[in-house]
Ligand binder design. Structure first.
Ligand SMILES: *Cc1c(COP(=O)(O)O)cnc(C)c1O
Length: 451
């Protein structure tokens, strides 16, 4: 269904004008979530038999629906993992939409796949993965981790006929991201936990203890070791070399979940924390977290992509023309077929700005994190919970109860000053800020600290 040319032209003007205005706001309004009843009252039924027309629907979006969504790219959005897409990446996202590129196969999207693969290669080089490594961009770290563990399971099962009926085990710490737990449930895998140190890190000692505690039966069932490079709660990095050693000793797959932290591979100061990442069989890095991409964009990269292809390629007669070639088709590397070429915004931005600009932007966020850490250290009423390793700071406000934290956080957002939600640490409510936006200044952080 194509709208009348005149109407299409008007829509273009409306949408481009809105986009330009939003992109030039510095900063955009932080905005706030509202109750369902309020949206029902203010937006009402938006889908009607006759249509409301572009002007009215854009008005609804600008005045009602948009303001009911937080601006994750606001410099004082410091919760969870903020987003900070470059203008280049955001603009190219429009082009990805406007060109109907099919990102699943070389046959249909060779140019896009070529550009996406150079982006994946940049990440693989940062990690030190060998020539031949490759993968695809999926919607998020959750699907990337699921993909990695699905391949690990297939590889383990295929190695011996007797394994067909066994339920393999994944070694990882309880601090690993929840998406790994959910992947294990979906894949019907068990996990055995590795202990962590007082910053939630798997160390050489805790990993050794975890391996030594395995029964012979368990030992023979380990299909993967999962290590995290940048825990989402604390930003700390597991001992990747020790985890790689354990995987090698057990003959298991080594997956590194660097969804958040992987960006620091391109920093000038943190690369050494990732020693051992080059031994990964699979690696997750989310450009939509700390590599300045719009949602949604997560890379899953395999040391030997043929193993992923064996796991995921879909066979159907109407797809024969795709699967009978040796061309590189992104559909083969995750549980998906049709896919948006969601790596292109990151590719465009990298190609336009160059990789040095990425290093500088990540360095800038780390510098602000270090300065913020010093401020917290000097304030008597605040206390660091762990020593920040990347760009996450976890700290307590002395004397506060859970309710005090919750009330303060709510008020900070109601006052449209900033967005900082509490987290928990060993059962205690504490605060956590995450700085991935190069526009976040030390003053922004100061404005978001409790007095
Ligand atoms: C955010 C995160 C994930 C999940 O990524 P999504 O893109 O939100 O699906 C997985 N692992 C780690 C370490 C993360 O920080």
């Amino acid at each position: 269904m194509h709208v009348h040319d005149q109407q299409a032209h008007e829509l273009m003007e409306l949408v481009f004008a809105f986009t330009q205005e939003r992109m030039e706001m510095d900063p955009p309004p932080l905005d706030i979530s509202v109750p369902l009843e309020q949206l029902q009252a203010e937006a009402g039924q938006t889908i009607t038999p006759e249509g409301l027309g572009g002007r009215e629907v854009m008005r609804l979006f600008e005045e009602v629906l948009g303001p009911a969504c937080l601006s994750i790219d606001h410099p004082r959005y410091l919760s969870f993992i903020p987003a900070a897409p470059t203008e280049a990446a955001t603009l190219f996202d429009l082009i990805v939409s406007a060109t109907s590129i099919y990102g699943g196969s070389w046959l249909e999207g060779a140019g896009a796949v070529y550009a996406e693969n150079q982006t994946l290669r940049w990440l693989a080089d940062l990690a030190g993965l060998p020539d031949g490594a490759g993968g695809t961009f999926v919607s998020g770290g959750s699907i990337a981790n699921l993909s990695a563990l699905a391949v690990a399971r297939t590889v383990w099962r295929d190695a011996e006929a007797s394994r067909a009926e066994r339920r393999p085990i994944v070694l990882m710490s309880a601090a690993a991201h929840s998406s790994n737990v959910s992947a294990l449930a979906l894949l019907d895998l068990r996990s055995l936990p590795v202990d962590v140190d007082d910053a939630d890190r798997m160390t050489a000692t805790t990993i050794r203890a975890g391996v030594d505690a395995l029964s012979p039966d368990e030992r023979s069932a380990i299909c993967a070791v999962v290590a995290t490079a940048g825990l989402t709660n604390t930003g700390t990095i597991d001992d990747l070399s020790a985890a790689a050693d354990a995987a090698a000793e057990l003959g298991a797959w080594f997956h590194v979940d660097a969804a958040y932290g992987g960006a620091a591979l391109c920093s000038s100061s943190r690369r050494d924390r990732f020693t051992g990442i080059d031994r990964a069989d699979s690696l997750t890095v989310d450009p939509h977290k700390w590599l300045f991409a719009p949602y949604d964009c997560a890379a899953i990269i395999y040391r030997d992509p043929r193993l992923a292809k064996r796991t995921f390629t879909q066979h159907a007669s109407y797809l024969d023309v795709l699967t009978e070639t040796t061309d590189w088709s992104p559909s083969d590397y995750a549980p998906h077929l049709t896919r948006r070429a969601r790596g292109l915004p990151t590719w465009f931005s990298l190609a336009v700005h160059g990789t040095d600009a990425y290093r500088d932007a990540v360095d800038a966020t780390i510098a602000v994190t270090e300065a913020a850490t010093e401020v917290i250290r000097t304030l008597d009423h605040l206390e660091l919970v762990t020593e920040p390793e990347l760009s996450i700071v976890v700290f307590r406000r002395l004397g506060w109860t859970h309710d005090d934290y919750a009330a303060w956080s709510t008020q900070l957002l109601v006052d449209q000053i900033g967005f900082v939600v509490p987290t928990s640490w060993r059962g205690e409510t504490v605060l956590r800020i995450c700085i991935t936006n190069p526009r976040t200044t030390l003053d922004d952080v100061r404005a978001c600290l409790p007095s």
